[in-house]
Design a protein around this ligand. Structure first.
Ligand SMILES: Nc1ncnc2c1ncn2[C@@H]1O[C@H](COP(=O)(O)OP(=O)(O)OP(=O)(O)O)[C@@H](O)[C@H]1O
Length: 354
């Protein structure tokens, strides 16, 4: 288990090529759970491969518990990795697969047996231990891959590169729970790469949101939801996405024209395109009054809630309503948002409000 520091790290795949990973500096807590979240091509795998030692960064250093491991290859970093496609040794049984990392490190047969049994029990693999691993379904093979990552108690970190993609939805849910339980029990640092926000938000204590090779925000699920650093995070985290309405400065207020939505101009307001953003969860509907009025243009379900899309001028504002809303298509409705839930964005970046 290790604290991981990415010190002034950056990566370009060729001299003079644009950064695949733009310069960053961050510290990951010993025993923490982290998710690298972002769209395809944003640099998640580049960052994970630098941590695992598959890739040497073009700038900066990787430190495990203060030790510079930048030049060490994967085998010397004492990490466990689980990939998108299950990796199993076809000629071995499930039990032999699970125990293999311990065999390679010369552990005693008693130690291997005890540890394999513990991990197998955790993952629901006990009844399969003596079966050939090759006969398993893709789901089960991925469980074995995961189990091999967990069998060593001394690993610095477990790196999980989209390991749940091949897993069936119900098992996915169970596996996320199992991963969290394992983290709580063994306090091993875990890093999950995913492009699925639900996976990231339910697994990790801290999420690193990436876009175009840049870390745009690192924070807890609540921080990302309540205080998105950029418009991109507001769009990417939350379902439905945050509402954004164009705004203008009107003496000492920032206002959304044609509405009563407004925020006091902060002491320092940089020049740039202004928007006011708010979460659909923080808005409420009323028959009239409110901060803006519009026409109901769409209603759809999100789990147990209903989302009402209200057309206001050229914009559609989404309001999340618990249960079934009284709103009807084509009706005029009013939307209210508490002032402390409004966020101001300048050129896509949120102005700090606290
Ligand atoms: N070996 C390589 N050589 C050159 N460019 C690369 C290489 N690997 C990745 N890239 C580029 O680096 C950028 C980041 O890629 P990366 O694979 O890290 O993104 P990602 O977020 O993991 O994407 P995905 O979710 O699709 O795996 C992309 O523009 C990609 O084309």
């Amino acid at each position: 288990m290790a604290e991981i520091i990415l010190e002034n790290l950056a990566h370009a795949y060729a001299p003079g090529a644009p950064y695949a990973l733009k310069p960053l500096h961050m510290t990951w807590r010993n025993g923490g759970t982290y998710a690298l979240l972002g769209p395809s091509g944003c640099g998640k795998s580049t960052m994970l491969n630098i941590i695992s030692g598959l890739l040497c960064p073009s700038e900066g250093r990787v430190l495990f518990d203060g030790q510079d491991v930048t030049a060490l290859d994967t085998g010397k970093r004492n990490i466990a990795q689980v990939f998108q496609v299950p990796v199993i040794y076809k000629s071995m049984t499930v039990g032999e697969n699970l125990g293999f990392p311990l065999v390679c490190r010369g552990a005693s047969p008693q130690k291997i047996k005890a540890r394999v049994e513990t991990v197998a029990e955790r993952l629901g693999l006990t009844q399969w231990l003596k079966r050939p691993a090759n006969a398993l379904t893709a789901d089960m093979k991925q469980l074995v891959s995961l189990g091999r990552g967990l069998v060593r108690e001394d690993v610095a970190a477990i790196l999980l590169d989209e390991p749940l993609t091949v897993i069936d939805p119900q098992l996915k849910f169970d596996l996320r729970r199992i991963l969290k339980e394992i983290n709580e029990e063994f306090r091993v640092t875990m890093v999950l790469v995913t492009h699925d926000q639900t996976e990231a938000l339910t697994f990790a204590e801290e999420i690193v949101v990436m876009n175009h090779g840049e870390v745009v925000q690192m924070g807890s699920p609540t921080e990302l939801f309540e205080r998105p650093a950029t418009e991109h995070v507001g769009w990417f985290i939350g379902s439905p996405a945050m509402n954004f309405l164009p705004a203008v400065r009107d003496s000492d207020r920032i206002v959304v024209p044609g509405t009563a939505l407004s925020v006091t101009v902060p002491a320092a307001l940089p020049d740039g395109e202004l928007k006011i953003g708010f979460r659909p969860e923080h808005a409420t509907l009323a028959p009239s009054g409110g901060d803006l009025e519009g026409t109901v243009g769409r209603i759809w379900f999100e789990g147990m809630d209903e989302v009402v899309g209200i057309d206001q001028g050229a914009h559609r504002v989404k309001v999340r309503v618990s249960g079934t809303s009284p709103a009807r298509m084509g009706a005029t409705v009013a939307v209210s948002v508490p002032g402390d839930r409004l966020c101001v964005f300048v050129d896509g970046k949120r102005l700090p409000s606290d």
